[in-house]
Design a protein around this ligand. Structure first.
Ligand code: GDP
Length: 297
């Protein structure tokens, strides 16, 4: 399970504090040293860990915490609050355009789960938010991506707009947006072309797509299993495209959790959804407070 090692380490640290009638500054320092190591081992970005520990320590050694009736509990509450803040505080919802359709560009590297997530998001929009989405097949480079999206659309009974692989992605997207307006479809989910690595050709194409389609949302799909790499990818995409949200996939695997804890702090962009499996209903809105509670047990 995700976060297993981090959660058990933090829980062991806080079990020691919880029972104490009196907590000294030294106890807090010791606990924070353990927290620091646990976060680093979970692949949380070094600077993020440093800032996090400093913030918690400053709040936790405050007189009102240490002199309270349940100082151990209060320290844990500070950690919980700060973990929640670290992941973005409140829930960040998907954009809604004032005038439909809402255009969403789905971006990411090959294998991250972009096409699967595009299908899942359409399913979520229709099932949970009562919307009528259109799936748009613009990943013309990965041989099976168009077919994959068509299969997902059929399975979900959600329309898929495609023009094969000979037409440029931007033209496909423009035609799809016009089609959505005609058909009164209110979300246009563009499955853009992924690549194995970030390169100028990819970014150039995505920038052009952004300029022309003027998306209300650019969601970057990253694989939680890749840890720090996921955060580096998010940083690069954000520099080039100013993404508006991140979808962290494969959180059902045994990821150490570093990406979930670092993405917002490093890029300033919130995680909006998490992928919890391969099935079409395995997409969940991301709640920082619930995630923090899950980690702290
Ligand atoms: P793309 O190249 O980014 O479009 O990647 P795909 O959508 O084809 O996904 C790559 C693989 O990851 C597929 O086998 C998906 O089923 C799998 N995948 C995607 N999201 C998740 C997830 O949240 N959990 C798990 N376990 N697998 C996922």
């Amino acid at each position: 399970m995700a976060f297993e090692s981090l959660a058990s380490r933090l829980q062991a640290t806080f079990d020691k504090l919880r029972g104490k009638g009196k907590v000294t500054e030294e106890d807090v320092t010791k606990a924070m040293r353990e927290v620091r190591l646990a976060l680093l081992e979970a692949d949380v970005n070094f600077k993020v860990v440093k800032d996090f520990v400093a913030r918690v320590k400053e709040r936790a050694v405050g007189q009102e915490v240490l002199k309270s009736l349940t100082p151990g509990q209060q320290v844990i509450k500070v950690v919980n609050d700060e973990l929640t803040e670290l992941m973005g505080g409140g829930q960040s919802k998907i954009a809604v355009a004032n005038r439909p359709p809402t255009v969403v560009m789905m971006v990411g590297l090959q294998g991250a789960g972009k096409t699967t997530t595009t299908g899942k998001l359409a399913n979520y929009l229709r099932g949970k938010l009562n919307r009528n989405p259109l799936l748009v097949a613009c990943d013309i480079y990965r041989p099976a991506a168009i077919k994959q999206l068509e299969v997902l659309g059929k399975q979900l009974n959600i329309p898929v707009f495609s023009m094969g692989e000979q037409v440029s992605p931007v033209e496909i997207a423009q035609a799809a947006i016009a089609h959505a307006k005609e058909q009164h479809l209110d979300y246009v989910l563009i499955d853009t072309a992924g690549r194995l690595h970030i390169d100028e050709a990819l970014m150039g194409e995505l920038r052009e797509m952004k300029e022309i389609t003027k998306p209300h949302e650019i969601l970057l799909v990253v694989d939680a299993m890749t840890g720090q790499d996921a955060v580096n990818v998010a940083e690069s995409f954000n520099d080039q495209l100013s993404i508006t949200g991140v979808v962290l996939t494969k959180l059902d695997g045994d990821t150490k959790g570093g990406a979930a804890l670092s993405v917002k702090a490093v890029t300033g962009t919130p995680i909006k959804f998490v992928g919890m499996g391969e099935k079409m209903d395995a997409l969940e809105p991301f709640h920082p407070d619930r995630m923090a509670s899950r980690i702290l047990g």
